[in-house]
Structure formats: C-alpha cells, structure tokens
Ligand binder design. Structure first.
Ligand code: ATP
Ligand code: MG
Length: 270
C-alpha cells in the first residue's frame, strides 16, 4: 500500500491521485444585490491543475475568496479532504493545507524577501508552534524557505525588500510564500499578471513541476491559450455562474463561453 510510504517532509500533505481534494456545492456569495458567485459547484481532484476562466467581473476572485473563507457564503457547502469547512476561519483552512496568492500582491513591503517567504513556511500546519519551535524545526523552516526561493527564481534576492523589486518579482515572492507552506491545494489568482512572456513561461513551468509532485492547483488567468496549455480541466464563469466545466479544449469551444467572451470583448473588435 502506498499509504505507508509518505514519511518524508511534505509528502504526507499530498493526497492520493484522483482523490477528491475539495468540493464546493451550490456556493453563492452575494454583496447586497450583486450576485458575485451564484450557485457554483466544483470538484477538485488530486494532482491536477484546474483553471477558472471568465470575463472581468464574472466572479473568479470571489470564488477564490469563498474557497479560502475570506468572504461569508450566502449559501452553499465546502469540503476539504472530506471535512466540511464552510464555517471555519481563513487561518484554519490555511493551516489544513490550502495556500493562495492574490490578484493584487499582498506582501509585507518593509520585510525582506526571505522574511516574507518565511511567513508561509512558518504557517505550515502548526499554528502557534513557532514561538516554541526548537532548533530542528527552525532548520526545517529555513530549508523550506530556501527551496521555495530557489524554485521561484528569487535566489540572490533574499535580503532585498519587495518594494525594491519589479512587480513580476513581487509576484514571485507571493508564490514562494504560498509554496513554502507545502500546501495540499494551491490557489493562484492571476499569478502571471504584469509579467513578460519569459517570466510567464517560468511560472507555468513551475506550476507544471509542482503538479508533477502531486500538488493540486486552481489557477485563474485571462489568457485562454495559456490556460488550455497549462490546465487539465477548466471551469468557465459568467455573471457569477458556472457556464462550462470540463476538458480545456471543449470548454473554450463551448457556445456559452464563446458568447461570454464575444459579448464582453470581441464585439468591439468585430
Ligand atoms: N467586496 C465586494 N463588495 C461588493 N461587490 C464586490 C466585492 N467583491 C467583488 N464584487 C463584485 O462582484 C463581482 C465579481 O467580482 P470578482 O472580483 O470576483 O470578478 P473577477 O472575475 O475576479 O474579475 P477580474 O477578471 O476583473 O478580476 C463584480 O461585479 C464585483 O464588482
Ligand atoms: Mg479577479
């Protein structure tokens, strides 16, 4: 049985392939009269990259906020690794293994790159333990930080403050912080926004490597071609609802998806 082999650091957080990692059922988030998310049901299985496509304002970021418990649900149920979590606090679900990056970078500008990434490594499932952490644990945290820094192309920038770095590098710091927590599920809201082609390829290469290691991911990006190439499965949203769900090529060809994009962008150029 594979279950007894997951003895090394981090591996125990990876779910078995094809296992359901997250299930959202009929999730709605309304802001007054705005139905930002309205009845979305999705299932994320282990070791795959899922993508969320949709025009501006279609509810993608609000869905991520719901999944990370940053906004109250108007209705619906959430399950992570078989356990309901629709009423838990954001730090609890983070400690259980859900990490995320934000559409607008959220890092501490006055702290070094190393310290920012360390915040992720220290939050890895042991809330409250850092103050009492022994030497061995501190060594493991430092190692996780170093690995995350290396993997995101931040080597040599450890002592810089994020505000001395370009926007693309600040995004890398956020991704490094997220992966330093060795999550089971990584949610990324437009991680390559503001990056050039080479930087974007570096990041999608990293996400691909992480998938190879069994990390489940949910990725929001606007570039349809990139999403088809990067993702195993796509969800398409419009006006807060899921309008298509399935294999990437078929989702982007779906008439409702075509209409959503043509309806908001393409007609102006037609
Ligand atoms: N905190 C909030 N209060 C009120 N309305 C909000 C709030 N957050 C989002 N909305 C509204 O909910 C809708 C969905 O917004 P959301 O940011 O989720 O869209 P999105 O798909 O991420 O868009 P984009 O591609 O531009 O990032 C929009 O109409 C937005 O104005
Ligand atoms: Mg958004």
């Amino acid at each position: 049985m594979a279950a007894s082999t997951a003895a090394t650091t981090g591996d125990e957080r990876r779910a078995e392939p094809e296992a359901t990692v997250l299930r959202a059922d009929d999730v709605a988030v309304h802001f007054g009269g705005v139905k930002a998310v309205d009845g979305v049901s999705i299932t994320l299985t282990a070791g795959r990259i899922f993508g969320v496509l949709g025009p501006n304002g279609s509810g993608k970021s609000t869905l991520l906020a719901a999944l990370t418990r940053l906004v109250p649900l108007t209705r619906g149920r959430l399950e992570f690794q078989g356990k309901p979590y629709d009423t838990v606090r954001p730090h609890t679900i983070a400690a259980r293994g859900v990490a995320r990056t934000f559409q607008t970078v959220r890092i501490l500008p006055g702290r070094t790159v190393f310290d920012n990434v360390a915040l992720g490594a220290e939050s890895a499932g042991r809330p409250g333990s850092i103050g009492r952490a022994g030497k061995a644990e501190r060594g493991r945290v430092r190692q996780r930080v170093r690995t995350a820094i290396e993997r995101t192309g931040l080597s040599g920038k450890e002592r810089h403050r994020p505000d001395e770095l370009s926007y693309g590098y600040q995004r890398r710091v956020e991704i490094a912080r997220a992966i330093a927590s060795e999550p089971t599920l990584l949610l990324l809201d437009e991680p390559t926004a503001g990056m050039n082609r080479q930087e974007r390829d570096d990041i999608t290469g990293l996400l691909d490597d992480l998938r190879g290691e069994g990390l489940t991911q949910l990725l929001i990006e606007h570039d349809v071609q990139m999403m088809v190439e990067a993702c195993d499965h796509l969800f398409a949203m419009n006006f807060g609802e899921l309008i298509a769900d399935g294999e990437p090529e078929s989702v982007v060809r779906h008439p409702a998806v075509q209409e959503a994009y043509l309806g908001t962008q393409g007609r102006a150029h037609a």
